[in-house]
Design a binder for this molecule. Sequence first.
Ligand code: SF4
Length: 389
Amino acid sequence: MIFRPYPGPISLYLHFPFCTNRCHYCDFYKVPYSKNEAARYFQALRYETEMVLAALGHEPVDIASLYIGGGTPSLMAIDFLTEWLETVNAYGRLMPGYEFTIEANPESLTAEFAVGAHNLGINRIVIGVQSFGVGLLRPLGRRQKMKDIYRAFYLCRLAGYDNIAADLIFGLPDQKIRQVKLDIERLAALEPTHISFYQLTVEPDTRLAIDIDKGRIALPDEDTIASMYRFGSHLLSDKGYLRYEVSNFAREGRICRHNLAYWTGAPYIGLGPAAHGFVNNHRYANHADLESYIGMLEAGRLPLAFVEELDFDQRLMEAILLSLRTAEGIDKEKLIRTFGERALAILEGKAKGRYVSSGHLIDELGFVRLSDAGFLLADTIIADLVAQV
Ligand code: SF4
């Protein structure tokens, strides 16, 4: 059983599946925003929150962090958010020093939302900047203007947030390295506490995939993308943002604790359609369909589409996969203590030796971690190590 009493603190992720836009590269689950549909969603969400948190323990469940992602959470009505938090607080307890993040799109963020969310205890906001090059974003279907980005930062500062983070994408159609430089310089000038620096990925069956297939759009080649990542990582570091995960950079003390919980294998609850969770050694996913999600909860059932209990091999794979993405890397002693000889065999195996010799992995002071060159090949290196499990 997944949802049974759980002793330790947990993290909570909420998926808000509404957007006013359909970005051509996006494969997140989302539906067009309407206030009526959002009201039905929140009603179902409150049932789900009650059922899950009540099953995790009779005492209030300690919540270390919350994260509201989407979709476009900045479209949420503050009244609905307030009511949902009443349910959370009825069954859970935000721990002292909790982190509570919400994502916001620059063009839809309003002063009312920024202030309302801050008043509810949200203390970290992530602005989806993506790029200041509005022309670069147009072929991807994003509508924001440059002034929306500056306005969003201004509104968040005015509302009192002292932890404002931002997302940047690189590898955009026809993008040049000098434009990546400009994006980072402009963003750093706004002094966010944290920058996620992601490569644009082409997800199957998206409009972007079709446009590329038909030759209507061209992405930079692999070497240019690798140079963008290397250049961008160094520039971010020069600007005082330290890489703590492949795509994540933070000012000192501003690492996203919620994301770190994912990468360190800590338990988290996923609420909302298409949300994923991991607790009591089970992974699960909710139905990625709003009608099924609402219908099942109205019928008194959890909207689970997938549940899996992790076996020994899967747990070992996850431990390697997740920790190697972080700058700290694999804690060798901890991995061997938890997984015994199998872990030892991987840590002393051929694949690891090969990557240490080629300079992609560093094995020192009890940790195995990616080198600067290794971060460029993170997915391949991780796949090779995990293949030995
Ligand atoms: S706003 Fe975000 S979630 Fe919505 S379509 Fe665009 S990328 Fe996807």
